[in-house]
Design a binder for this molecule. Structure first.
Ligand code: SAM
Length: 279
């Protein structure tokens, strides 16, 4: 009988955030697949767990994925961990989960530390609807294209960013979303120097130009204000009916079409049509 794959989240800064269930899963697994075995070894030493480790990271995932899959199919249980936070979220794991799912292997995700959710919760921005955009490209052109696609996004947007790229990312965001757009910069979450700077994109550019950013950041940005649809007037209705009639439509059909096109009440369109000098 096949074994299982467990996705085990690990602390993003505070070792106390490892849960009882995560600890037990690591203890009970036959082996642990880790993004960086040295990082995971430190955690295992802290927990007093000795376990066989297999490295599984971005550049060996194609070959190692098959090795891990074969071991699970042969009956072993694997616990997958990344360096910090939830595996498969901007971290290795996504492909392994797909492989296991396709092979009919049970995958169990244990809830736990995740920078995107921790940042959103503490941001002070709207949390009802949000989108996670991960890391932006390092190439300026594709980074800007990505942001441009989000210019009208109304949901709260969340990005991961490295400190050395933060300033140029903020400059691009301010240019595309506007200086006044609110942003919460969530830094060093769960660590000693945890900080949330709630400001605007323009002010954030000023701040981090004067004082180069340090540490790990999650950026939580307010969505765009909803676009208020333009309300058509009776004058617009008259012009629309006239244009349709000039194109050969009967008055009756032009009125019906205008009601539909301009989303106006029928009586408004009808009265506007009466004032037309079309005979
Ligand atoms: N899988 C991880 C998770 O669930 O959060 C994310 C891994 S991703 C490679 C690393 C990025 O997450 C960092 O560049 C930063 O944007 C964010 N991050 C991780 N830990 C953080 C922390 N303690 N404070 C702020 N951001 C953090």
């Amino acid at each position: 009988m096949a074994g299982m794959l467990y996705l085990v989240p690990t602390p993003i800064g505070n070792l106390g955030d490892i849960s009882v269930r995560c600890r037990e899963t690591l203890e009970n697994a036959d082996f642990i697949a880790a993004e960086d075995t040295r990082v995971t070894l430190k955690l295992l030493n802290y927990l007093g767990i000795k376990k066989s480790l297999v490295s599984y990271y971005e550049h060996n995932k194609a070959s190692k994925g098959n090795v891990i899959l074969d071991r699970i199919l042969a009956g072993e249980t694997c616990a997958l961990v990344s360096d910090a936070g939830s595996p498969a979220i901007s971290d290795p794991g996504e492909d392994l989960v797909k492989q296991c799912a396709e092979a009919g292997i049970t995958v169990c995700a244990i809830p736990g530390p995740c920078a995107v959710i921790t940042a959103l919760s503490i941001s002070g921005q709207s949390t009802g609807r949000f989108c996670f955009e991960g890391f932006l490209s390092t190439a300026k052109k594709s980074r800007r294209e990505h942001l441009q696609m989000l210019a009208k996004e109304e949901r709260t947007m969340i990005f991961y960013e490295a400190p050395h790229k933060l300033l140029s990312t903020l400059e691009d965001m301010a240019a595309i979303f506007g200086d006044d757009r609110p942003i919460s910069l969530c830094r060093e979450l769960t660590k000693l120097h945890e900080e949330v700077v709630r400001t605007t994109l323009g002010q954030a550019v000023v701040k981090y130009t004067a004082q180069p950013p340090k540490g790990e950041f999650v950026l939580v940005i307010a969505g765009a204000a909803p676009e208020i649809p333009e309300v058509a007037t009776a004058e617009d209705a008259g012009a629309h009916v006239a244009a349709l009639m000039a194109g050969g439509m009967s008055r009756k059909d032009a009125i019906r079409q205008t009601v539909q096109d301009l989303q106006l009440p029928k009586n408004v369109v009808y009265e506007a049509a009466l004032t037309l000098d079309t005979e």
